[in-house]
Design a protein around this ligand. Structure first.
Ligand SMILES: *Cc1c(COP(=O)(O)O)cnc(C)c1O
Length: 295
């Protein structure tokens, strides 16, 4: 298991790797305010708010839903980082960011937009580095690596891992477990990942193009949709906690681990394979899903 849940910024998670590049770009452009959006329990938004606090920037977040009576999980942490929350009803993918930016510019602010999930080519570069890091770490262990399995949702992690594998000449099957049935910006997720990967690859000066054969995305485990906890997630959470002492989250890593367990049960992955589960974080969301996890 690769533990990006331990990546260090405000309870960790995979967005830290993207934010390293995105916030770097914001500072280069002398922005004073980060603007992003997502679901109410967005891990990405919590990490963005923390990164803003750390670098002395303001942070505005467009979150799906209505203001709740109690702040829990990621939302509680957003408040600690002084993020300004804009409640956006059924728009949970940052659709209202342009309006927020217009208002900020009117106030004389210099906003920098971080797209949904931090998934543009700049953000994806963080996961190209992540594969270089993995390659270095693997040099110290003596087993081969055949597959990487992880939660894939807005495409940046997936795209970066593909480019990172190419840059580092790592021959490994990268299998994303789809988390959300909706497409990204009107494009099917696998196509979005492919476009993003090739954009990031050209930024890295990689000549080999990434083709649709390289994009392995399993959409069989989306269940009731984004953030709807079912038996798959609950079982994976329980097993991983009780057998390994490791916490997963209800939305992403619980679903991805549930998918991995099913791929093993149905024989697509077998004992001759050496599988790495990339833990992408999400732990704070556990505390907002207590009821549905125990039911
Ligand atoms: C955002 C997120 C993902 C998905 O990463 P993408 O780059 O959006 O595909 C996976 N796990 C957790 C915990 C996340 O917060």
């Amino acid at each position: 298991m690769k533990r990006d849940d331990q990546s260090g910024l405000a309870l960790g998670g995979n967005k830290v790797r993207k934010l390293e590049y995105l916030v770097g770009d914001a500072l280069d452009q002398q922005a004073d305010t980060l603007v992003s959006g997502g679901a109410a329990q967005s891990n990405h938004c919590r990490q963005t708010a923390a990164a803003a606090a750390m670098t002395g920037l303001a942070c505005h977040l467009a979150l799906g839903g209505e203001a709740p009576d109690h702040l829990e999980g990621n939302l509680l942490l957003d408040a600690f980082f002084n993020a300004k929350i804009h409640w956006c009803g059924d728009q949970r993918k940052g659709e209202t960011i342009p309006d927020i930016c217009r208002a900020l510019v009117k106030e004389g602010k210099k906003p920098y937009v971080i797209p949904y999930g931090g998934s543009n080519a700049t953000g994806a570069l963080g996961f190209v580095d992540a594969m270089t890091e993995l390659k270095l770490q693997r040099a110290t262990c003596h087993s081969s690596l055949s597959h990487i399995v992880f939660a894939s949702s807005s495409g940046g992690t997936h795209a970066g891992l593909l480019v990172g594998a190419s840059v580092n000449e790592m021959d490994v099957d990268i299998i994303g477990i789809g988390i959300d049935k909706e497409e990204m910006e009107g494009v099917a997720l696998d196509q979005y990942i492919l476009n993003l990967a090739n954009e990031a690859a050209s930024r890295k000066g990689v000549e080999k193009t990434i083709t649709s054969d390289n994009v392995s995305l399993v959409m069989d485990y989306v269940g009731g949709g984004y953030g709807v906890v079912g038996h798959l997630e609950k079982e994976a959470l329980q097993l991983t906690a009780s057998l390994e002492g490791i916490l997963l989250d209800p939305v992403y890593t619980g679903r991805a681990m549930g998918g991995l367990i099913d791929l093993i049960r149905n024989g697509r992955l077998e004992s001759s394979h050496n599988v790495l589960f990339w833990h992408t974080g999400g732990t704070p969301a556990l505390f907002a899903y207590g009821e549905s996890l125990l039911r």
